[in-house]
Design a protein around this ligand. Structure first.
Ligand code: FAD
Length: 411
């Protein structure tokens, strides 16, 4: 084994920290560097709950310094460019960092500016988004103060992180309005650039029950392109069945926007990218398809799973196992089958827990008698509210692989 092999990890978010911990739990002598610019680490799955008035935003963040595993070097910097043929990366300071093995986990880019007028009006004029830590409380403020009018919820083209989050915001808002007895005065509409409510059909019936209960209007193939916050108007490109696109204008009193998303620029412009811009990895081993000493996981990689922290929880041990197998010249590889999970908060106190892998194959963690993910349930709510945050901070980020110990096979 090459004991001095230097492992560099780009990004100290969910994927970066979890993988560093999983590596160290296998071999505490490893030489690992994490490059992460932010002093604060966010538990993004909590932001839906902040927007629904369930969590304070403070419980969704911690100091990065408190999460970097002992023995890991943290370089507080942004990676500007990757030179995979030279095994080095360039930081925004201009300095270079070389590596023997590279793990790429910088998450994805939220493209707020792809919607004309959006950046200028976010956080005021009734325009909000749970996709930003600082704005999720504004969602809850708006929900509490709205008693009548038009409430719009938007979803951009795929892929996005947590594909259920745009509709989760709608359900939790409606749940509050129903309790307050004002839902009947509010026109709720869900404007989805895609053509279905949720990508895995098995979960749609349970979600449709709530769409009907809340009398929400589903508007498919409608892509938000512009907003004028002051005038309280939003514009959508509406595509009909023949592919013709027309513009539609909608007035709003409140609008929850999920921004368009892409791979980060420095990834899209690097030799690591596939045609769509994501880090091009083998979807089973998570190793780069062209560079054998590079792995990637999380939102930035090309695997066709649901981009979620739940997916990262499964991927991190697989990357750790497979990279160590490379270092040790072993064939003991683990394979990722695409697990991801999306807890759809259909009302305050109930969740439809979607858990699935590649091709939409259901991959429930628990037997149906313990937890039936296809039905709205209180147990799933307790899992999301009380148990998953604990698992994130204390289990996943610490490299303890509950329910996700990779099975290895010689390849
Ligand atoms: P991140 O956790 O985003 O981390 C990326 C890190 O890379 C960041 O710390 C960033 O600062 C750093 N970085 C970026 N660029 C660079 C660079 N150039 N150089 C160095 N570092 C860089 N998931 C679930 O499982 N369940 C849910 O219910 C759920 N709900 C969600 C709701 C919302 C509103 C949002 C926004 C997300 C939700 N997610 C959910 C998705 C989940 O948070 C992400 O899928 C997960 O965080 C991805 O992990 P990651 O490590 O790939 O990226």
């Amino acid at each position: 084994m090459n004991k001095s092999a230097k492992i560099v990890i780009i990004g100290g978010g969910a994927g970066g920290i979890a993988t560093a911990s999983s590596l160290l739990n296998r071999d505490s002598s490893l030489n690992i560097t994490i490059i992460e610019p932010s002093s604060v680490h966010y538990y993004q799955p909590g932001w839906t709950m902040v927007g629904g008035g369930v969590f304070n935003k403070e419980v969704t963040c911690r100091q990065t310094s408190s999460l970097i595993p002992e023995g890991v070097t943290w370089i507080r910097s942004l990676v500007k460019e990757i030179f995979p043929d030279e095994n080095k990366i360039q930081l925004d300071s201009g300095n270079h960092e070389s590596y023997d093995y590279l793990i790429v986990a910088p998450g994805l880019k939220l493209c707020w500016d792809k919607v004309e007028g959006l950046s200028e009006t976010l956080g005021k004029n009734g325009v909000t988004s749970n996709y930003r830590f600082d704005l999720a409380p504004y969602t809850w403020d708006l929900v509490q103060s709205l008693n009548s009018g038009n409430a719009l919820f938007t979803q951009p083209p795929m892929p996005i992180k947590c594909a259920g989050a745009p509709q989760k915001a709608m359900y939790l808002s409606c749940s509050h309005w129903l309790k307050q007895g004002v839902l009947g005065n509010i026109n709720v509409s869900f404007h989805n650039a895609g053509g279905v409510l949720f990508g895995v059909a098995d979960y749609v019936p349970a979600l449709m029950d709530y769409v009907k209960k809340y009398n929400a209007q589903l508007c498919f193939n409608q892509n938000l392109t512009a907003i004028d916050g002051g005038a309280k108007k939003a514009w959508f490109d509406v595509t009909d069945t023949d592919g013709n696109v027309t513009k539609e204008e909608r007035g709003f009193d409140m609008i929850h926007v999920c921004p368009p998303q892409s791979a980060p620029d420095f990834i899209r412009q690097s030799p690591l990218a596939n045609e769509a811009g994501w880090v091009d990895v083998d979807q089973a081993t998570l190793r780069h398809t062209r560079y054998e000493n590079i792995y990637s996981l999380g939102d930035a990689c090309s695997t066709p799973n649901a981009k979620t922290a739940a997916a990262v929880r499964t991927q991190a041990p697989i990357v750790a196992n497979n990279l160590l197998a490379d270092i040790n010249n072993s064939n003991s590889k683990a394979h990722y089958t695409g697990y991801g999970s999306c807890p759809l908060t259909v009302e305050h106190g109930k969740i439809v827990l979607a858990e699935f892998g590649y091709g939409g194959k259901l991959q429930p963690t628990f037997p149906t008698w313990v937890l039936n993910g296809l039905k709205a349930s209180t147990r799933s709510w307790i899992l999301k509210k009380d148990i998953l945050p604990f698992i994130y901070w204390n289990i996943m980020l610490k490299g303890k692989e509950w329910f996700v110990k990779p099975e290895t096979e010689s390849s």
